[in-house]
Design a protein around this ligand. Sequence first.
Ligand code: SF4
Length: 371
Amino acid sequence: MEAQHQLPQIELGATGFTVSRLGLGGFHQVEISSEIVDQVVTAFIEVGGTYIETARSYGRGASEDKLGRVLAGRRDGIVLASKSGARDADGIRRDLDASLKALRTDHIEFYFFHGVNTLQELDSIIGPDGAMTGLLKAREEGLITGLGFSSHRPPLLYLEAIRRLPLSVILIWDNYLEEQYVPEIQREVYPLAREKGVGITAMKPLADGFLYREPELALRYALGSGSEVLICGMNRVEHVQQAARALVKGPLDAEARQAALHRAPELGTYVCRQCGVCSKALMALFRLEGYVDRQMIDFLPHDPADYALRLRLANWFDLGEIARERFLEMDWDQGALQTEAATIACPYGIDVGRKAALALAKLRDDKPAYL
Ligand code: SF4
């Protein structure tokens, strides 16, 4: 790609690294041959890409192994990250040793506590002989530069982790679908991370592929949401070039962001944009509905491919149980919510009365009469 199409670069928190704002995600390298991984990595480096991340668990080491093969001889200038699901010191050291071997390197810049989904897991990591001890020792030995944290659970865990762990970087999700029901990521997690000098890398800018219709819009929207690096799971050269073109254009401005929320086909006339016309209680109800199924199941007609995608992705985060627990904890006046909902004229064309009935049914785990 020509020089004017080179990826923008950014300082990653207080890590001392300057990296490309586009990162190459390792998960989708599992699906393709080493030959195609080579093409993808080559294209990524050609557009100025410098941040590559993977995990021990991706394909049980297959992603690390393929990336290690194709990075041989061009490791310089690449900031490499990998992750381990181990929560104890010995386990994470074994994983780190395996990652180093598979990636054919003697040093990994960031090694992550991967998929930490409960406070108990976080306690184990920090406790005696926990994984934190293992990684701090590895850092002393020069095997890694810094510690990272990722989770698929609500932002509270990130806030706790940033406060309690000596982190260099986090990996969190960020896109215009999830932003509608987990706004705490931008409002709370990002400011705390910046305050602590923790680098912010963000995955799922296309919401696991759900925002496939307008990838440039989704990428430029996410680029302006507060993270430093967007991690994209690109498994073909065209995806790298497409993402690079979007990032070179830069983030959407405030007006274009608002326009995107109006016209985004995936949000349509069902996903609540939290615009403030409804009461706080009603908006909270719709955020909890997002926890159940990302507001993907709307009981409206979709073409077969879109419907199959919705079914596959709706429960990806598996937050339904948490949503239903929170729903039971809160003192909802369900009748009043439905009465209010029936009176709302939503600027996004949402039938709020119908949506409230569906959201309540999902959270009570029953069905409204008309389904
Ligand atoms: S008016 Fe529509 S977008 Fe605004 S809070 Fe209510 S349902 Fe959400």
